[in-house]
Design a protein around this ligand. Structure first.
Ligand code: SF4
Length: 332
């Protein structure tokens, strides 16, 4: 824990990407957030805020309500901020501009509490990528337009959590939105989120160089020295758990161009169900177009509002897995 004044504002940034329970492997266990608050209050810190913004298309307030955060707010007397509705400051670095929540930017100490899990576009989501929840929805979309890796690295040159406490208790190793939790009962902490991500990548069977935003952080000189320090808070029950490759297989049926995570995750979910039904063979060599890069294009098959000019498409921003599945099932 870094040395800071007891009057400092402390902001806790959990991962509430979408409405999914911690047991499903998507969101931070609330017991960790509560324990951190109890520790801070015992140490005399009074100005504590929980801040988060769910992914584009999901309601942070609904996540707060259904996952018990209003009760945490009332029980401990802390503040709760939906960063989607916060005041934003425009910040620019390495030629990339973004709108960042003032609550997160102004924190005396930002404590990042991500979940270690898989991601259908970046392979892994953890400490560095969790900071995306501090952005406006507009900037989240911009990040996808810019390919995620470089803007995530740049975001980590602007926001510096003094402490990252990783919830790797049962993260889903394939899907950011959970559904296939893999129990490891593991937690980690570091004052360096990039170091923690580098270490976490090896736990998921990757190398740090496999993760694009770690590569970019090193290339841009944002990563500190490779003398990275990571402290394990508990021993894993299954250190060898790895992604099962489902997302990689299904991604062969997609043609993403600047696709947002919520949309792309829906497409992968729909393809999974379609595959379980034996439908993938109907696709043959066809791929489903998805992403902001298709706004002026007319692909054969498309998912999401951005692909509304596709010959056959499922609407929505983001598209829902249900609508995409219906479209897939209608393919002859
Ligand atoms: S429809 Fe387009 S802008 Fe909306 S979530 Fe999907 S990719 Fe993003």
């Amino acid at each position: 824990m870094p040395e800071i004044s007891r009057s400092s504002s402390i902001v806790l940034k959990p991962n509430l990407v979408t409405l999914s329970s911690p047991e499903e492997g998507a969101t931070t266990h609330t017991s960790i957030v509560e324990t951190v608050i109890e520790y801070l209050q015992e140490e005399g810190f009074k100005d504590i805020t929980i801040a988060e913004g769910s992914w584009v298309g999901a309601s942070t307030e609904e996540c707060y309500r259904k996952l018990g955060y209003y009760s945490i707010r009332d029980r401990y007397g802390v503040k709760l901020v939906d960063t989607k509705k916060d005041r934003f400051r425009k910040v620019s670095a390495y030629g990339i501009g973004m709108e960042i929540s003032e609550t997160c930017l102004n924190a005396g100490l930002l404590i990042n509490i991500p979940v270690l899990k898989g991601h259908c576009q970046t392979l892994m989501t953890h400490a560095m990528k969790n900071l995306k929840g501090c952005l406006s929805d507009k900037s989240k979309r911009d990040f996808h337009r810019l390919g995620l890796d470089t803007p995530i690295a740049v975001l980590n040159s602007i926001l510096h959590p003094g402490l990252t406490i990783s919830d790797s208790i049962c993260g889903d190793l394939d899907f950011e939105e959970g559904g296939n939790p893999v129990e490891t009962d593991r937690m980690m902490a570091s004052t360096d989120p990039i170091a923690l991500d580098a270490y976490a990548s090896t736990l998921m069977g990757y190398t740090p160089e496999d993760i694009g935003y770690i590569r970019e952080a090193i290339a841009l000189g944002i990563a500190k020295s490779p003398e990275w320090e990571v402290e394990e808070l508990s021993k894993p029950v299954s250190a060898s758990a790895k992604p099962n490759g489902t997302v990689k297989q299904l991604s062969a049926y997609t043609a993403p161009v600047e696709a947002c995570s919520a949309c792309y995750a829906s497409l992968i979910r729909a393809l999974k169900i379609f595959g379980d039904e034996g439908g993938l063979r109907k696709l043959g060599n066809k791929k489903i177009a998805i992403g902001q890069g298709y706004r002026n294009a007319s692909p054969e098959l498309g998912a999401g509002l951005c692909c509304r000019n596709a010959v056959k498409h499922a609407g929505g921003c983001p598209a829902s897995a249900k609508d995409i599945l219906e479209m897939l099932r209608s393919i002859q």
